[in-house]
Design a protein around this ligand. Structure first.
Ligand code: FES
Length: 364
């Protein structure tokens, strides 16, 4: 059964566009003196960039092996900006690193945001962000946040919902499951992890799944790798919306076994294929009246920042969308998997994408 009161502007495969529901709009108008937020000049994929807020860590708790959950409160703020399941926050960590974390609390709670993060060591490709969250963002600490933004919206144009989460990929899926269940929708969840002890929110999810057996848990230390194909054959009827967040291998497995007639929606918190490499070219910054050279082994973002140090950016890996800019002239070599075909026509993510020719003109 489709979620009530949802009006998706656009249905799409592989992450999404903004979804402004009547419920969210109502809440923004009624409840939030912060809304509308002052938008900066350029929208990101149709969503205004919101201003930064300083929040306080009201709670820092371990919710599974290697996973902490933070409750961030606005204190003096009457209400925090609203969000929808699938949305994420940018956290500006004490070191200046910016990291994205999916919101996994209750969207109706406008006094706080909740995020959870798994400690990722350097051996797994961690670059220090999760360690900072675990060690520096203790109760009482202040942290700057930006957002929320939603590139993984739960759409209502589907007969049923199938969720697949791997490890900490459960964070955006948790809010979706709660919303689908509260709406009386038909849903299923496959939740995979290394061990039950390492999988947060298991108890709540198994309770939500109830006797109908909506939740399948695969702990690899006991059951080995999940049989994604079997799960989809059984759980994803034609017309289902399949929402996946987790490691690349899991997302590939779901994409490869997707039953006919189902739509696929992926939350990809992984680097774009390749940001460097290629030929040198020039970028004219039309509004600033400057031109920068982009070397074969550097990025457009790095070259632009040398002239415009305040140009916004965040992940530097092509998945957050913060560095999206309009391209006025030149052919773009898109190296991200985030922008929609429509957006690719006249904009690019300058942290990873490059020029096909010798020159680009940016509206900067
Ligand atoms: Fe995140 Fe470019 S900085 S996509």
């Amino acid at each position: 059964m489709p979620l009530p009161l949802r009006a998706a502007r656009t249905a799409l495969l592989v992450t999404g566009a903004a979804l402004l529901t009547r419920r969210a709009l109502r809440r923004r108008i009624d409840a939030s003196p912060l809304w509308p937020l002052p938008a900066l000049e350029e929208p990101i994929s149709g969503q205004p960039r919101s201003r930064a807020l300083t929040l306080r860590v009201a709670r820092h708790e371990r919710v599974a092996e290697g996973v902490v959950q933070l409750r961030l409160e606005g204190g003096h703020l009457a209400a925090l900006p609203a969000w929808e399941p699938g949305a994420h926050l940018d956290l500006v960590l004490p070191s200046g690193r910016v990291r994205q974390y999916s919101l996994c609390g209750d969207p109706e709670d406008t006094s706080s945001y909740t995020v959870a993060t798994r400690l990722i060591g350097p051996d797994e490709g961690g670059r220090g962000g999760s360690r900072e969250v675990h060690e520096a963002l203790r109760e009482g600490a202040e942290v700057e946040v930006r957002g929320p933004r939603n590139r993984f919206p739960l759409l209502d144009d589907t007969a049923s919902y199938v969720f697949v989460a791997g490890g900490i990929g459960i964070t955006p899926i948790l809010a979706m499951v709660r919303a689908a269940d509260a709406a009386g929708a038909d849903w299923r969840l496959l939740y995979c992890g290394r061990s039950r002890a390492s999988m947060p929110f298991l108890e709540e999810l198994e309770k939500l799944g109830g006797a109908e057996g909506r939740v399948s848990v695969v702990a690899e230390d006991v059951s080995g790798r999940p049989d994604v194909g079997a799960f989809l054959r059984e759980g994803a009827q034609g017309g289902a919306g399949v929402y996946v967040c987790g490691p690349e291998g899991l997302m590939d497995a779901v994409a490869g076994a997707l039953p006919e007639g189902c739509s696929l929606h992926l939350e990809r918190f992984a680097p774009a294929a390749s940001a460097g490499g290629g030929s040198a070219f020039e970028v004219e910054l039309r509004r600033s009246g400057r031109t920068v050279s982009v070397g074969a082994d550097t990025t457009v973002l790095a070259a632009v920042r040398a002239e415009l140090p305040d140009v916004p950016y965040s992940c530097e890996q092509g998945f957050c969308g913060t560095c999206q800019h309009r391209v006025l002239e030149g052919e773009i070599d898109h190296r991200d998997e985030l922008l929609t075909d429509g957006e690719r026509g006249d904009s690019m993510l300058i942290c990873v994408s490059r020029a096909r020719g010798t020159r680009l003109v940016l509206d900067l």
